[in-house]
Design a protein around this ligand. Structure first.
Ligand SMILES: [Fe+2]
Length: 345
């Protein structure tokens, strides 16, 4: 496995780049906006293809690199279901798997620091965001934090992992880089409590100043969505209510860009074809499946995904590849469902 721990000095944030092999797909956890150039340089140096950028929660101390990485690499953005961000490409929740080529991370919902905090677990390591820090835990006094919920996330979930599981947090202010679950159980002063009430009491006495960046970072981090309006202005968007009429039309090919588990979980638009976003470039180039479908049959290509982000990027790419009928369903399956569009399983 390729594994890199990257550090932003200004906010003391750790970001993590993961891939299963040189030349393969990569994902990054908790990227910082100011470091995006560095990440992309490293991705190029290691001959990787960045396909997913993930935030463990809405950060208050730095601006996320999610949007910039999406704009520059066309990777997809991922956050938890509860994250109060306007739009990301994919939302995950407890029990889901976050996958790239050769790698699968289990998604754990670990609220407490915020109500949108998630942790990500691979075989031997867990990315704990600000839920569990090295010899500390994330503060619980803003962003709908709850010391009670955090106690459950810690004692009910993270501390139940095998003791030798490596702990990689989103921050460290002392210079530590990694710990283990066993080490934190024994040595983390916040975890030496006898009860949830004792933990709540401990957390209530911290009296911390708000992060310097908070008033800027939180609102910025809540607006990550790709400007789908730009695609609509070009006439390449179909509003869900208008898209209902396209189902079953012989001259239309509805193309689902989502991953298989998303299709199974949320359903699909009837009569649509599956062509996952990671295969897009291959599918739209001359000779590719979608390029042939559009040119040989004259079918209009209508992309959709979960929230309209992947499909908006796909429309632009398909148009660039000469598929001039390509458009997408604005707002994705989420908007489709809210407009009471029909779904098949
Ligand atoms: Fe945080």
């Amino acid at each position: 496995m390729i594994f890199r721990q990257l550090f932003d000095q200004t906010s003391s944030t750790y970001s993590y780049l993961l891939a299963s092999r040189r030349g393969g797909e990569a994902l990054i956890i908790d990227p910082v906006l100011e470091k995006v150039d560095r990440y992309l340089q490293l991705v190029a140096e290691l001959d990787l293809k960045l396909v997913k950028a993930v935030d463990t929660h809405i950060h208050a101390d730095h601006i996320t690199g999610l949007g910039a990485l999406r704009d520059r690499t066309h990777c997809i953005t991922v956050m938890g279901e509860n994250a109060k961000v306007d739009v990301v490409s994919m939302r995950v929740t407890e029990g889901d798997k976050l996958t790239i080529e050769g790698l699968a991370l289990d998604v754990l919902y670990t609220p407490g620091h915020t109500d949108d905090s998630y942790s990500f677990l691979t075989n031997d390591r867990v990315f704990t965001g600000d839920t569990l820090l090295i010899r500390g835990t994330g503060r619980t006094d803003f962003q709908n934090g709850s010391a009670r919920a955090q106690y459950e996330s810690l004692f009910g979930k993270l501390l139940k992992l095998p003791e030798d599981t490596l702990v990689f947090p989103a921050h460290d202010y002392k210079g530590d880089t990694v710990s283990t679950i066993g080490e934190e159980k024994r040595c983390n002063p916040r975890l030496q409590v006898k009860s949830v009430d004792e933990y709540v009491d401990l957390m209530s006495k911290l009296k911390l100043a708000n992060p310097k960046m908070m008033d800027v970072a939180v609102p910025a981090n809540m607006r990550q969505g790709l400007a789908q309006d730009e695609i609509a202005r070009k006439g390449w968007a179909v509003m869900p209510a208008q898209a209902f009429a396209l189902v079953g039309k012989p001259n239309v090919a509805l193309i689902d860009l989502r991953e298989r588990p998303e299709r199974e979980k949320h359903g699909v638009i009837p009569s649509s074809l599956h062509a996952p976003y990671p295969d897009l470039q291959e599918n739209i180039r001359p000779g590719g499946m979608l390029h042939e479908l559009a040119t040989a049959t004259g079918k209009r290509i209508v992309f959709y995904c979960a929230f309209g982000e992947r499909s908006a990027m796909a429309v632009q790419a398909a148009q660039d590849a000469g598929i001039d009928s390509a458009c997408h369903i604005h707002g994705g399956l989420d908007a489709w469902r809210k407009a009471n569009g029909p779904l098949a399983r």
